[in-house]
Each structure stands twice: as C-alpha cells, then as structure tokens.
Design a protein around this ligand. Structure first.
Ligand SMILES: Nc1ncnc2c1ncn2[C@@H]1O[C@H](COP(=O)(O)OP(=O)(O)OP(=O)(O)O)[C@@H](O)[C@H]1O
Ligand SMILES: [Mg+2]
Length: 287
C-alpha cells in the first residue's frame, strides 16, 4: 500500500500579530507523488511548507509527515528526511563558505568524513557550482544562491523534496537543468516532491497534481489537466493557465469549436495534439 507522506488536516495557522495565514487547509500527499502548491502572492504557500517541515506548529488541526506528528519529539528526524529549499536563499546560507554550508547538515547527520566529501562534491557538480567551494555564499549571485540551497538539500538525500519558488531568478538554461534534475530524482527512486510556485509553465514539467491556495484556503485541488482547465478558479486566484493552454483555448474560441479537445499543458503535448489533428484531417480530406 502506498504510504501517506504528508497529511495536513484541517489546519489553521495564525501569525503572532494575529494574521490568519491558513484556515481549514487539508493537503494529502502520497509517497512518490509530484504535487504543486499553486497560489498568487500572499496565498499562504510558504506558510504551508513551513508547517509541513515542522518549522511552524499549527494553531488548529494537525500535520503528520512520514507518519509522525510535527511535534518537538520528531523535529530532527522530520527535518533530516525532508529537504526544504526555502524561497529566500539568504535564510538557508549562513556559513563563511559554500563548502561549509553544504557539509554543515551532513556532519550534523553523523556521516563519516569521506561520505560528507563525496556527497558535497556530487551536489556541487549536479547544480553546476564546482569551483565555488571556498566562495562566501553572500557573494554569490541570486541565481547561484538558489542553486547553492538546492545543493545543500540534495546532499542530504531526502525522502521528500520541498521546493519553494525554485525557478525564481534562474536563467532559462538553469531552469531546464532544474526540471531535468527533479525528474531524474523522481524517476530514480521513491522521492516525493512538493513544489510551491506561481510559475504555471514550470508546473506541468514537474508535477501531476495541484492544490490551489487562495487567501489561506484551498480553492481547488486535482490533476493538473482539471485544475488548469478550470478558468474560473484561475481567474479567482489571479493565476493563469500555462501559456500553451491559453493559446489552445484562444484557438478553439477563434475557430468557434473545439479543434483540440484536451487542452495541452506543455509544448510537447501541444505538438502531439496538432499532429493527431493533422493526421485525422488529412484522412478526411484525402482518404
Ligand atoms: N511573520 C509574519 N507575520 C505576519 N504575517 C505574515 C508573516 N509572514 C507572512 N505573513 C502573511 O501571511 C500571508 C501568507 O504568506 P506566505 O509567505 O505564506 O505567502 P505565499 O503564498 O508564499 O506568497 P509569495 O508568492 O509572495 O511567496 C501573507 O499575507 C503574509 O503577509
Ligand atoms: Mg512564498
């Protein structure tokens, strides 16, 4: 039976100033799933991720991760098994060198020195930051800082990977690299992925299911095809469907009928649909 990895039950979260950031939120993620948390600025995405990682405790309701309640007793185990790439890399980089920042967590996990060195080198290579070992993290560019925090988390080999706005400040090549990396990690093992973002073109590349947050509540949830074709929900949250989905919706509308019935979410899906359409059409015109 597939294990429930994340179970957020009827959660309310109130910040110390009295602001209710989440209310009545339910989120369930099974082992090996790829789930996106969608929502515009201030929707509550980062707050939800903080609760999942055990950094915040719910004001009401309960959060269970990897079968454990996110209480003080399980704090260290949860944090060592969940790799959380924060939205703001400056919250995650605090050592004098990048090497120290990556090895810090690994040494805390009690790993042997040679394993620490091996994992740190591997992580730096994977994110393309080889040669930056001795650099002060605060001297890295914003995109490099993001890659550095991804390296920190990868080196820990987590069961669950949580990414908060991972594409922010990444150039196109790094963005494609991140997509490939996430998919490689996912295909290669049991990793469960939760990604919070408003980058709707990125979501179909790395997720299958989504929760749409709006003003601290879950407005919609489901498979991406259903969530993104719900234009009412998209409009209400101030999000848009992926660019390619919008293009096909406009195409159908401008022609006055559904030329392509299942709206594609990615360029690859669009190409497939167009080819199918052309094949069918050529058979009708030229039997
Ligand atoms: N420490 C805090 N004290 C009070 N209110 C806060 C605090 N941190 C966040 N908030 C508020 O909680 C709400 C949710 O914030 P959160 O950072 O979770 O949003 P988000 O969906 O991640 O937004 P973004 O897309 O901008 O990252 C916001 O309205 C924010 O102003
Ligand atoms: Mg956020």
């Amino acid at each position: 039976m597939t294990e429930m990895v994340i179970d957020v039950k009827d959660v309310r979260y109130v910040y110390p100033d009295g602001f209710v950031a989440l209310d009545g939120v339910n989120v369930r993620v099974l082992e090996g799933e790829r789930v996106a948390i969608l929502g515009s600025n201030g929707a509550g995405k980062s707050t939800l991720l903080m609760l999942i990682d055990g950094l915040f405790k719910p004001s009401k309701g309960a959060v269970q991760v990897l079968g454990m309640p996110t209480d003080d007793e399980n704090f260290h185990e949860i944090r060592s098994r969940i790799g959380f790439v924060f939205q703001d890399p400056d919250d995650q980089l605090f050592c004098p060198t990048l090497w120290d920042d990556i090895t810090f967590g690994l040494l805390n996990m009690g790993l042997y020195d040679d394993e620490v060195v091996r994992r740190t080198k591997d992580a730096l290579r994977i994110v393309g930051l080889e040669g930056y070992e001795e650099k002060a993290p605060h001297h890295l560019s914003v995109g490099e800082k993001k890659k550095a925090t991804i390296a920190i988390v990868l080196a820990m080999k987590p069961d669950v990977l949580i990414l908060d706005e991972p594409t922010a400040n990444l150039d196109p090549k790094s963005r494609v690299g991140l997509i490939r990396l996430i998919n490689r990690l996912h295909e290669g093992g049991e990793i469960t992925l939760v990604v919070a973002t408003h980058d709707v073109d990125f979501v179909p590349m790395v997720a299958d299911r989504a929760y749409v947050l709006d003003k601290g509540k879950v407005l919609a949830e489901g498979y991406l095809e259903d969530v993104f074709s719900n234009f009412k929900v998209m409009e209400e949250t101030g999000l848009e469907p992926p660019t390619i989905t919008r293009l096909f919706k406009l195409l159908n509308r401008s022609i006055g009928r559904e030329v392509i019935q299942s709206l594609p979410l990615t360029v690859e899906q669009a190409l497939y649909e167009i080819r199918q359409y052309l094949v069918v059409r050529s058979k009708i015109v030229d039997p």
